[in-house]
Ligand binder design. Structure first.
Ligand code: HEC
Ligand code: HEC
Length: 219
């Protein structure tokens, strides 16, 4: 009896923590889903010029212009199509047409939240994504995570054995003031005792991909 109560308690803690855990990689996951499901109509930059839009004669919204005025709750409804006709007030015009597909049938809530994180990046960041974040993620896992940490917090395993503080890529105060060019330069040439220079090991394309990936880690 006591054991089963204990197990139930433990499972509820596990479920609560997985439900609340904000994935630091969510904008990155959102970018992957956006590329496969949304850019067809909305275009890679979210501005509405995707290839399917011209085929269908649609005018998809320029998401970079509307995203700032939309709450997460409204965005979830628009994307999932859930309760569409019941949304009222100033957001009503977005669901008047059925041109925007209802994604609730094929995407999970977590995937929709990841999309929202990515669309917020498109709408608010002044830093363009220069390279391919997918390639960047792979290179990051191979070469950078050991110091900067799997999720970019600057807490990789090497920090347990060497006295260093790798940049926390999730920290907007540290990341946002740096331009893409400055980040590329820093990665190519290195900094201080422990941040190595990657010139010669990584190509310009690789480093641009890395910069795009770490931009999406910034919260
Ligand atoms: C088949 C084309 C098509 C695809 C694919 C598509 N959309 Fe849309 N989307 C539209 C159109 C058209 C509108 C404008 C609808 C309207 O105003 O009634 C729109 C509107 C939106 C809006 C509302 C914008 C606003 O705030 O006013 C959001 C958010 C959105 N789309 C997100 C997405 C996401 C996320 C995906 C991928 C999961 C996606 N769309 C895929 C065609 C598409
Ligand atoms: C051996 C550990 C280590 C590895 C591997 C490593 N870094 Fe670093 N990195 C650091 C440390 C430590 C700093 C902080 C340097 C400082 O501020 O003196 C840093 C700083 C940085 C900075 C900021 C540079 C600046 O001038 O402020 C960037 C960007 C960066 N790293 C990206 C990367 C990328 C991308 C990779 C993988 C290709 C990588 N790092 C691999 C340890 C490492």
């Amino acid at each position: 009896m006591r054991a089963s109560v204990f197990i139930a308690f433990f499972v509820s803690i596990l479920m609560a923590s997985s439900a609340n855990a904000a994935s630091p990689n969510s904008a990155y996951e959102g970018q992957r889903i956006f590329a496969s499901h949304c850019q067809l109509c909305h275009g890679p930059d979210g501005k509405g010029g995707g290839p399917l839009a011209s085929n269908l004669g649609l005018t998809p919204t320029d998401l970079t212009r509307t995203i700032r005025s939309r709450s997460d709750t409204i965005l979830r409804k628009i994307i999932s199509g859930e309760d569409g006709p019941t949304i009222s007030g100033r957001d009503r015009h977005n669901i008047l047409t059925d041109a925007m597909p209802n994604w609730g049938k094929v995407l999970s809530d977590q995937q929709i939240d990841a999309l929202i994180a990515y669309m917020r990046y498109l709408g608010t960041s002044k830093h363009e994504l220069l390279g391919d974040p997918l390639l960047g993620a792979e290179l990051y896992g191979n070469y950078c995570a050991v110091c900067h940490g799997e999720d970019g917090y600057g807490d990789g395993v090497m920090t347990q054995i060497l006295d260093m503080e790798p940049l926390d890529h999730t920290n907007p105060v540290a990341m946002n003031p740096m331009t893409n060019e400055e980040l590329i330069q820093a990665i190519m040439t290195g900094n201080g005792e422990y941040m190595p220079g990657w010139e010669g090991l990584l190509s310009q394309e690789d480093v641009e991909a890395l910069v795009s990936y770490i931009r999406l880690l910034t919260q």
